[in-house]
Design a protein around this ligand. Structure first.
Ligand SMILES: *Cc1c(COP(=O)(O)O)cnc(C)c1O
Length: 388
């Protein structure tokens, strides 16, 4: 059943579709260069491809970035890591989320690198590695945002000291997530970096064990853009690669957006009645209106199409939607564009002529915060991805 499903899906995906997601790999390469030029060539890049590479397609994005010389990948979950291994991706893969302790054997089987922040998990992991006759590399996470994802910095030194004594574990890196960078709260950033520095400096003075000089990584996209002293040995980058903003007021021209979402006018109706009713709208006196249908709805693009005010691009011009989308269609008011035809390309996200629909503009019509703007890119897997 599963094999049949994927065969069908592949067959459908190679056909031309009414609605598709376009991924521009030249732009991805451009963004990667911008990041490399910022951090320099002696540091490693951990490309964050969790959530199906923020909707861009984890396997394809991973393959492309590894070809471009990216050294390391990170995903959130064990399942995401296994998906990459099944696609023959052999690079180092860090799991950012904790995993269920009973699944440590799978972690070892697929040679994924766990994030560790409790001694009990470290012990379970070590026991599994011992049974397998192997050593497992780990990254230890410090929690600077007090959100529970990581070790409390006050206890970190003694905990890490203890973990470093466990056989079959190798502490490859120590990291933290600089949440304060997303608000560009530089005072908090300085405090956070000091806290992190105290932890690794104290570790370096303990017993002088080589494993207590792990690689350090802190910066994600907003810190890469504006906080050079957060670069350390490696950086973890997601949004920047995809050309998405990670904070308010980010320079729109720094990165190039990689994803476009496009559809096609599949029907045009000239209304000859006095009233048109949708689920979320009702128009009176619409006898001279012209309505185009595009086959994309909130089941395909829940964040993008749950906006109150939707604007798309047709023939290089802005066109407004009538009300909100339904589950699989959106209606557009093309009364002012008599030249529009069935088959015309419609850009929901991306550029057409001189006009642009960027996520940072779209989120202004949603309840999303700019930090969550990448959710616009979470498009149903039933919509084909085309890599150009
Ligand atoms: C998602 C994530 C990142 C990537 O952040 P961006 O802002 O997308 O660059 C980095 N580190 C951790 C721990 C993450 O969860």
């Amino acid at each position: 059943m599963k094999a049949y499903g994927s065969v069908m899906q592949n067959r459908i995906k190679t056909q031309k579709a009414w609605t598709w997601v376009e991924i521009d790999l030249d732009r991805l390469q451009y963004n990667l260069e911008v990041i490399r030029n910022k951090i320099g060539f002696d540091r490693k890049i951990i490309a964050v491809i969790k959530a199906d590479a923020y909707g861009h397609g984890a396997v394809q994005i991973a393959r492309f970035l590894l070809e471009q010389g990216v050294e390391y990948l990170a995903v959130a979950t064990l399942e995401e890591g296994i998906e990459l291994r099944m696609a023959n991706i052999n690079s180092s893969i860090l799991l950012l989320n904790a995993i269920l302790p009973e699944r440590v054997d799978q972690l070892l089987e697929y040679e994924l690198i766990p994030t560790v922040y409790t001694t009990s998990f470290a012990e379970k992991l070590a026991a599994a590695a011992y049974r397998k006759g192997t050593t497992v590399a780990i990254h230890i996470r410090i929690d600077l945002a007090s959100n529970g994802l990581g070790m409390d910095p006050d206890q970190a030194v003694s905990m890490i000291d203890r973990i470093s004594c466990i056989e079959n574990l190798q502490i490859e890196a120590l990291y933290t997530h600089l949440v304060s960078a997303y608000g560009q709260n530089f005072e908090q950033v300085i405090t956070d970096l000091q806290t992190f520095d105290e932890v690794h400096q104290q570790l370096a003075t303990l017993n002088k064990k080589p494993q207590l000089r792990p690689a350090l990584h802190v910066a994600s996209s907003p810190a890469i853009i504006s906080i050079p002293n957060s670069y350390y040995d490696m950086v973890r980058v997601g949004t920047g690669l995809y050309g998405l903003p990670s904070f308010e007021e980010q320079d729109e021209n720094l990165f190039k957006p990689v994803m476009s979402i496009k559809s096609t006018i599949c029907d045009i109706q000239s209304l000859d009645r006095n009233e048109m009713k949708g689920y979320t709208f009702s128009i009176q006196n619409c006898s001279n209106k012209s309505i185009a249908t595009i086959p994309i709805g909130y089941s395909h693009a829940p964040y993008l199409l749950s906006m109150k005010k939707i604007e798309v691009l047709i023939r290089g011009k802005r066109v407004s939607a009538l009300g909100t989308a339904n589950m699989s269609n959106l209606f557009l008011d093309i009364t002012d564009m008599p030249e529009a035809k069935i088959g015309d390309e419609v850009v929901l996200l991306g550029q057409q002529g001189q006009e642009k629909n960027l996520v940072q503009h779209i989120v202004q019509h949603t309840d999303l915060n700019i930090v969550q703007c990448e959710s616009i890119c979470f498009i149903s897997p039933s919509i084909p991805r085309i890599y150009v």
